[in-house]
Design a protein around this ligand. Structure first.
Ligand code: AMP
Length: 456
C-alpha cells in the first residue's frame, strides 16, 4: 500500500516523499482515513510507530481543505498537546517538514526557555500550535494566544501526561476550546483514568491500535544482573569497556543520580552526559546531539527526560536503577531495538529493588533472564533498604504538590525546580514559573493557584 491511496493531497505527498517514507506504517494506514473523515480518534500507539505522521498528515490536509477565506490574524486552528519539551520539539519538526509546501504556519512552545519570542511569533499568526500544557496556559493567560478557534485537538502520549500530573492543566486547556472540534487521543496504555478522560473528550471515536512494540520484546534481549548498589557503577564501567559499547542510554531514577553517574563515568574515562528536567533546554539539546553523533558514549537520563527521544537503532539500554512505575521499564527498553535493529537491555538490580523487579515481570508477564557476572556476586549480608524517591521526600516535602505523584513517579518528578515545568510534574502553585517566564508578573495579574496533582 502506498501513501497515494490514502486521500492526501499532492503537496503533502511531495513532502512525505522527501522524507523518504515509502509506505505508510500500520498506525498511519488506520488513522489517516479516520482523521480525514473528521472523526474523533482514540489510538493506541507509542513513539516509534510513526504515529506523529499518523495524525499530522491528515490534520494538515483538513486545515488546508477548510481554509477560511477571511484575511487577518490567523487563529490557532490545530492544537497538539504533548507532555515533554523533547516530544514537542520533535513533533514541531515533523509538522514543519510535512507542511513545507502548504500555506500553514506552525510553532512549538514549551517551558524552560524565554516566553517572549513565543509571544512575538504567536502575534504574527499561527495555524498549528504544538505545546506543553504549562507554557500554553501561561501564554493564554497573558493573552498571547486564543484557543477559541481550535478545530482539531491532539492529545499525544495522554498516559504520560496523566502520569506527570497534567490532568488539571489539560482540563483548563479544554475549557478554553470551542465545544465543536475534532479530538484525537494517542496513548501507549489505556488505564481506567485514560478511558475516563477519553469518555469525556471524545465523541463517538473510532478506535485504532497497533501492537506495542515491546510487549513481546522480541527485538530486545533483556537481562538482569543482581549486584550490590555500591558496585553498580564499577560493573557498568566494566561492561561498557569490555564490551566496547559505543552508544549506551542509561536510566537513573533521579536527576541527582543522573548527574552523579555521568560524572563518575567521566572519571572512569567514559564520555558521558546527563539529561534531565533541571538542565536547560540548550544543554539537553546539546547532550542529545553529542550522543547521536557519537561525541559521547553514554547518555544518562531520567524517565521524563528520555520520553519521546527518537534515537534510532540504539544498541544498549541500561537500567542503572529500576523505575518505580513498571510501565516505564517498557518505555525505557523501547529505546533500543527500534527500526528493526536488535538491542540489548540490561538491568542492574540491587537488593532494594527486588519488589520493583517483580512488578515489572508481572507487567511483562514473564521473567527476565538473570545473568551472573563473576566477581560481582551479591553480598547476602547487606539488608534491603527502602527506596527514597528523590530529594524532596528526603527533605520532607517542599512544594504544595501532592506526595502521591512523587511516590509514583520517583525522584525524577519530585523536585520543584522551576525549569522543569513542562518536562515534569507540577509540584508548585503559581507563580513559580519557567525560568525566564514571568507568568503572573507582566501585567500584575495572578492566576489562581493550581491544584496539587496528588491523585496521580
Ligand atoms: P513517531 O512514532 O511518530 O515518533 O515516528 C518514529 C520515526 O518513524 C520517525 O523518525 C519518523 O520520521 C519515522 N517515520 C514515520 N512514518 C514513517 C514511514 N511511513 N516510513 C518510514 N519512517 C517513518
Amino acid at each position: 500500500m502506498s501513501f497515494d491511496s490514502l486521500g492526501l493531497n499532492a503537496d503533502i505527498l511531495r513532502a512525505v516523499e522527501e522524507q523518504g517514507y515509502r509506505e505508510p506504517t500500520p498506525i498511519q494506514r488506520q488513522a489517516i482515513p479516520v482523521v480525514l473523515a473528521g472523526r474523533d480518534l482514540m489510538a493506541s500507539a507509542q513513539t516509534g510507530t510513526g504515529k506523529t505522521a499518523g495524525f499530522t498528515l491528515p490534520l494538515l490536509q483538513r486545515l488546508v481543505d477548510n481554509q477560511p477565506h477571511a484575511k487577518g490574524r490567523r487563529p490557532v486552528r490545530a492544537l497538539i498537546l504533548t507532555p515533554t519539551r523533547e516530544l514537542a520539539a520533535q513533533i514541531g519538526e515533523n509538522v514543519r517538514d510535512y507542511s513545507k509546501y502548504l500555506d500553514l504556519r506552525s510553532l512549538v512552545v514549551f517551558g524552560g526557555v524565554s516566553i517572549n519570542p513565543q509571544m512575538m511569533k504567536l502575534r504574527s499568526g499561527v495555524d498549528v500550535l504544538v505545546a506543553t500544557p504549562g507554557r500554553l496556559l501561561d501564554l493564554e493567560h497573558q493573552n498571547a494566544v486564543k484557543l477559541d478557534q481550535v478545530e482539531i485537538l491532539v492529545l499525544d502520549e495522554a498516559d504520560r501526561m496523566l502520569d506527570m500530573g497534567f490532568i488539571h492543566d489539560i482540563r483548563r486547556v479544554l475549557a478554553k476550546l470551542p465545544a465543536r472540534r475534532q479530538n484525537l487521543l494517542f496513548s501507549a496504555t489505556f488505564s481506567d483514568e485514560i478511558k475516563g478522560l477519553a469518555e469525556k473528550l471524545l465523541h463517538n471515536p473510532e478506535e485504532v491500535s497497533v501492537a506495542r512494540r515491546n510487549t513481546a520484546s522480541e527485538q530486545v534481549t533483556q537481562y538482569v544482573h543482581f549486584v550490590d548498589k555500591k558496585r553498580k557503577r564499577e560493573l557498568l564501567s566494566q561492561m561498557i569497556g569490555e564490551g566496547n559499547w559505543q552508544q549506551v542510554l542509561v536510566f537513573t531514577r533521579t536527576k541527582h543520580g543522573a548527574n552523579h553517574l555521568a560524572e563518575q563515568l567521566g572519571k572512569d574515562g567514559i564520555t558521558a552526559a546527563a539529561i534531565h528536567g533541571n538542565k536547560s533546554q540548550g544543554a539537553r539539546t546539546r547532550a542529545l546531539a553529542d550522543f547521536k553523533s557519537g561525541g559521547i558514549r553514554v547518555l544518562v537520563a531520567t524517565d521524563i527526560a528520555a520520553r519521546g527521544l527518537d534515537i534510532e537503532e540504539l544498541p544498549h539500554v541500561v537500567n542503572y536503577e529500576l523505575p518505580n512505575v513498571p510501565e516505564d521499564y517498557v518505555h525505557r527498553i523501547g529505546r533500543t531495538g527500534r527500526a528493526a535493529a536488535t538491542g540489548q537491555a540490561l538491568s542492574l538490580v540491587c537488593v532494594d529493588e527486588h519488589k520493583l523487579l517483580r512488578d515489572i515481570e508481572r507487567v511483562l508477564k514473564r521473567e527476565v533472564p538473570r545473568m551472573a557476572i563473576p566477581g560481582y556476586e551479591v553480598d547476602p549480608s547487606i539488608p534491603a533498604e527502602p527506596i527514597v524517591n528523590g530529594r524532596q521526600q528526603q527533605r520532607g516535602g517542599g512544594g504544595r504538590g501532592g506526595q502521591g505523584q512523587g511516590q509514583r513517579r520517583g525522584g525524577n518528578g519530585s523536585s520543584s525546580a522551576p525549569s522543569d515545568r513542562s518536562g515534569a510534574p507540577r509540584r508548585q502553585s503559581r507563580p513559580q514559573g519557567d525560568g525566564a517566564a514571568k507568568p503572573a508578573g507582566a501585567n500584575g495579574r495572578r492566576r489562581p493557584p493550581r491544584k496539587p496533582s496528588a491523585s496521580n
